[in-house]
Design a protein around this ligand. Structure first.
Ligand code: NAG
Ligand code: NAG
Ligand code: NAG
Ligand code: NAG
Ligand code: NAG
Ligand code: NAG
Length: 649
């Protein structure tokens, strides 16, 4: 009996040893291949850091909205028939749920029961006013709701109560309110006749039939021009490539323009159809190598005071599974539409007006202009990224959504990017001087999750992500977990955070930070043997202060948690240094067989950008009295389980 136990134990140990070795080897391989790539986020945030608040909420493809500015942590999400308002400051209170009462359904005595699914949700200019649309698959109705009133009556929006088409959920849309009336721009993706940009409101404008398959990812409003008549809406989409050559891309990325003043052509030609729509290819890639990205995934606009400077951050993918982000300015897009030649149409483009120019009355446009817009609306020129540069970032990760925020500190303006991954994680990236720095990875879900949509509330620095079952708030402005000393706060390079007195805190004019370089030498010099320094530079290994006593020939492992994935970690013992490639945010050191040579101090040291810090120290000593005794089999089993789990993750 005893013999069996021992042999089992020996097998366990052999297996364990093998596994540990594989584990170290694999983790080193994985990390080495990424060590110098820019897309390894420096810090990982998991549930341990308490950066997330979550609520179970059945999901749906309608974007979530932050509707009540007065209550910053309250988010409204549309369900199929209901609106759910969630107050993340009081999560113990259940969400306020309202079933939308469509007045078009209640007022009409002869009405059949309306079965509208909510497809569109927007905040209106007036406080506590919502705009929403619902569809029953055949027709659509849009209405306005006052959420300070107890009833959830939704009163028909002018000109938008009985739209004889269906609107799909998840399509990009913008609501434009101006003196007394509202216009809704919404896209229709797919391959049917109605594919394109639609405008509802006082004037109904449709896309021309073109028979192409298009998937829309975003609409960007461009106003504020010297001549407001020239204000436009831009639509970003990918189009199925009809060129079937073996090396051609499956999708092509495009931007389209339409004039906000456009209300269609005259009675006999393009009536109620866009007369100002022009399309242009986008290019994202490295102009020198032949690498490019053709599948547009998502866009996020960063509006500037000058309309020309508004930037569009576009997320792409290619057929090899690589992702890229390219930046376009509205000025560059506008230049293509106003200056490029028309594809398949040499010279002789009318110039008064040039096709695509916004005019006061589009029904009076000359027929040669209408014909060019109708037949040759694609530009010859392609829209290139900002300053003809390559992508801002390239990654082997599969990103699904992008959000942006502009952040102004003392010296510079920085752009923050939030990119969701297909497994439910989110990367936080800062753009500095046209390069991307990966600050952090958030892991709000312990399982694989599909993020349906994502929205950032810039002033509270909360990011909301929605899956089909949960709504999660990510506190992306939290600074405490970057470390408890100035150097690590600076190395984080997070524009939202800076060092002040004794803490890494949210940015204020007095905080220290160096987003461009992460140069920690700007930190105040601490006396090396001062109280603060000693307190903060050695974390206890969690073992008794007197050290760890081990029997002869026993195996043991030392474990230390790490935070930065950009640092190099080393175990030091008696002048020997062993490099460690952390996995799952920890470094293990295996003591193969305890003997007199293994006695002594083991220190665990990190080095990042010239900053060195001892994170832990362990004292190992030999227990001569209990020589030869094996350590508890249970402990080995637990360790093995841990190793197997981390291998699988
Ligand atoms: C990454 O590459 C740069 C230059 O290509 C080099 O200076 C740096 O030491 C490398 N870093 C690592 C961690 O290998
Ligand atoms: C409304 O939503 C439900 C659940 O998502 C779906 O089964 C149904 O087909 C939808 N109806 C319409 C008209 O889209
Ligand atoms: C919304 O309802 C509140 C409370 O009934 C009312 O005070 C407010 O004027 C309403 N707002 C609008 C725009 O009708
Ligand atoms: C930005 O980068 C360019 C080229 O990499 C460099 O010449 C320039 O000095 C940098 N600007 C700043 C403010 O660091
Ligand atoms: C950091 O700043 C110091 C002092 O300004 C300078 O000497 C050093 O070269 C800088 N280090 C890096 C990596 O830029
Ligand atoms: C340092 O490591 C080498 C090789 O692993 C070993 O032979 C040597 O004994 C170690 N020295 C000390 C002082 O532990």
């Amino acid at each position: 009996m005893t013999k069996v136990m021992i042999s089992d134990l020996a097998t366990y140990r052999r297996m364990l040893h093998l596994l540990l070795n594989i584990h170290f080897l694999l983790s080193c391989l994985v990390n080495l291949s990424e060590a110098n790539s820019t897309h390894l986020p420096r810090i990982t945030f998991t549930d341990r850091e308490k950066a997330f608040k979550r609520l179970r909420l059945p999901g749906h493809g309608t974007p979530i909205q932050i509707l009540q500015e007065g209550q910053p942590d309250t988010v409204t999400a549309a369900g199929q028939r209901h609106l759910h308002s969630v107050d993340f400051q009081n999560l113990h209170k259940s969400p306020v749920e309202r079933k939308v009462l469509w007045e078009v359904c209640t007022s009409d005595a002869t009405s059949r029961a309306c079965h509208y699914n909510i497809t569109v949700l927007h905040k209106r200019n007036k406080a506590n006013q919502l705009f929403l649309c619902g569809t029953d698959g055949k027709e659509t109705s849009c209405c306005n709701m006052n959420i300070s009133e107890p009833s959830s009556l939704c009163t028909p929006s002018e000109h938008m109560a009985n739209i004889k088409t269906s609107m799909k959920e998840g399509e990009p849309s913008v609501l434009i309110e101006s003196a007394g009336h509202a216009d809704l721009y919404i896209t229709h993706s797919g391959a049917q006749d109605s594919v394109g940009i639609h405008k509802f409101g006082e004037k109904r404008v449709r896309p021309a039939n073109h028979g192409k398959e298009q998937q829309y990812v975003g609409l960007v409003l461009s106003r504020g021009r010297e001549d407001p008549l020239q204000d436009k809406v831009y639509a970003f989409y990918k189009e199925k490539n009809t060129d079937l050559a073996i090396d051609s891309d499956m999708w092509l990325p495009f931007v389209a323009q339409v004039c906000m003043a456009d209300h269609g052509g005259p009675k006999n030609y393009l009536q109620f159809v866009w007369t100002s729509q022009l399309n242009a290819r986008l290019f994202c890639g490295d102009p020198d190598s032949r690498q490019h990205y053709s599948e547009l995934v998502d866009v996020a606009a960063l509006h500037a005071d000058q309309w020309q400077d508004t930037r569009v951050y576009a997320l792409f993918r290619n057929e090899w599974g690589m992702s890229a982000v390219c930046i376009y300015t509205i000025e560059d897009i506008d230049n293509i539409f106003t200056q490029s030649t028309f594809k398949g149409y040499g010279t002789g483009i009318p110039n008064d007006p040039r096709p695509g120019t916004c005019v006061v009355d589009s029904t009076k446009l000359p027929s040669d202009v209408l014909r060019i817009v109708h037949k040759n609306s694609e530009m010859e020129g392609r829209v290139l990224p900002l300053k003809n540069s390559g992508p801002l970032l390239v990654s082997h990760h599969h990103y699904t959504h992008i959000c942006t925020d502009s952040f102004q500190n003392k010296r510079n303006q920085h752009t923050m990017l939030f990119l969701s991954l297909e497994n439910g994680r989110v990367h936080k990236v800062v753009e500095t001087n046209t390069t991307a720095f990966f600050i952090a990875e958030y892991r709000p879900f312990s399982h694989r999750a599909h993020i349906l949509n994502m929205i950032l509330h810039p002033s509270t620095r909360k990011l909301y992500v929605r899956t089909s079952s949960e709504l999660v708030q990510l506190d992306v402005g939290s600074c405490a977990h970057y470390g408890d000393n100035c150097e690590e706060c600076i190395l984080a390079r997070d524009p939202y955070c800076g060092w002040k007195d004794t803490h890494c805190t949210p940015h204020t004019p007095g905080t220290l930070q160096d987003v461009e370089k992460g140069n920690h030498t700007l930190c105040p010099k601490m006396p090396k043997n001062g109280k603060v320094s000693r307190h903060s530079s050695v974390r206890s290994g969690g073992e008794a202060a007197g050290g760890i006593t081990l029997p002869l020939q026993s195996r043991y492992f030392l474990r230390c948690l790490v935070s930065s994935h950009h640092a190099e970690y080393t175990w030091h013992h008696n002048g020997n240094a062993t490099a460690c490639c952390p996995t799952e945010q920890q470094c293990l050191l295996l003591i193969d067989s305890m003997g007199p040579e293994q006695e002594g101090t083991y220190s665990f040291v990190m080095v990042e950008m010239g900053y060195t810090r001892t994170l832990a120290e362990y004292q190992l000593q030999l227990d001569s009295s209990a020589a030869g005794q094996a350590s508890s089999p249970l402990a080995w089993v637990c360790l093995m389980a841990a190793v197997i789990m981390s291998l699988c993750c």
